[in-house]
Design a protein around this ligand. Sequence first.
Ligand code: NOJ
Length: 543
Amino acid sequence: MHNQVIYQLYPKSFYDSNGDGIGDLRGVIEKIDYLVSLNVDMIWFNPFFVSPQNDNGYDVADYRAIDPRFGTMADFDELIAKLSEHHIGVMLDMVLNHTSTAHQWFQKALAGDAKYQAYYYLRDPKPDGSLPTNWQSKFGGPAWSAFGNTGKYYLHLYDRTQADLDWHNPEVRAEAADIVNFWRAKGVRGFRFDVLNVIGKSDSLVDAEPGTESKFLYTDTPIVQTYIKELAAHSFGQDPDSVTVGEMSSTGLQQAVAYTKPENHELSMVFQFHHLKVDYVDGQKWTAMRYDFNALRKLLHTWGTGMAQGGGWQALFWNNHDQPRAIDRFADPKQRYASATLLAASIHLSRGTPYIYMGEEIGMSDPDYTGMNDYVDIEAHNAYNALLAQGLSAHDAFAIVHAKARDNSRTPMQWDDGATAGFTTGTPWLKSTNQRVVNVEAAVSQRIFAFYQKLIALRKQFNVISEGDYQPFGENIDWLYGYQRDFGGQHLLVLNNFADHDIEIPIPSAFQKAQILITNEPSLNPAATLTLPAYGTVALLQQ
Ligand code: NOJ
């Protein structure tokens, strides 16, 4: 498993086969050759289940059916069969912390069915009539909404149309396993579990202390591990070739090790997000700040070392559908080839499973939107209004949304330089702005793509990449993110310059005659010191 690379595909934005402006499963089928040429092992599909799409599919109304806007079950069956001809597995997104309020369970609960009322967190208001707790939704506003006209409230850590399931209820846990088993029976072997470490909310929900965040009351509680073990035993854990990843919100290193140590029989790996919060002022996303490289490097080293020492395993990623593009945050889209390849090499050669988020492999960057009307995401609009309410000017509030919005990464895949980037013959659901500069056919994108192909091939070829340990290197050199990896007589030194200028790196004698395994700077000449240009990356192999 450790030599695999996973591609994350956002179906709504990959390729539209029928001109309605929304990507679909037949669109993916049409583009299989592209995915095959990258040589990825598995594709994680963001949710395409039946959903009102209030949170782009993370509000699931039917876990066992394809939303008609994305296609049919026959399309899915054809897709999985065609991918498997090329030895590409499918990873599905299991959103089991909450359902859409349009799900029949919630609807039956609303209609008074006690069995389904016990699936959710329904609570009375406090004696003074205020909400059951002071918890805030992660999308802004209170985490409680009125449950019909019953006088009770239901918990939603996310949008009000995403009602949290009560995992204490064994019937809920059995439903979760059944859903996973439904897809296993279709040959699915990969599962990504949405916000899995918040399923262990306590039975008695209490207020967060003033000045503290409610998330500390319900994140990573010990029972989460019990529930994951049970789910594994009743479903994916029965497949020796299963690949699972838990999306872990604000998780800790020790918990991440525990979730993924093979002997615990829980998950193959976790997503953690600490390294993607280094441009948050005081941990708050909707703020503006140039990222802090030293904080980033420290986090990458802490997690790289800690996971290796603890025997855990992490997903390695810079981008996903919730993050602005890393090339804009941590490098420079004006130096697209160097920046994109630096970011790629810095994680693909590290210890863990690399994920490529759709478009990253051609160097896609954030769109240049000019007004709030360009944004679709509910979170961006809520945040903009909240920033205005805090007293920010429209200009400053917009600048923050521009830098932080999730729509930055959700723009359609740029296949060519046409008006709709070759994504649709209709009107795209979300606009592209920079397809003339970056698209699958552009020379710079093709060079970036070739670099990714090489990184993927190297992981399969060299055990030191897939299995090696992890040791920080050159922490006293400004702007260098470096690490060494050793395995069975192979030694790899990976040097990444995050600066917009040259840096000088003293090279340990053991690597002065090493082979250059990969670099984005063909003229490098390692000796006692090496000069690495702006956004340069190089991996030296000694064996
Ligand atoms: C994490 C998903 O990645 C995000 O897109 C979604 O909004 C939340 N979980 C809630 O499901």
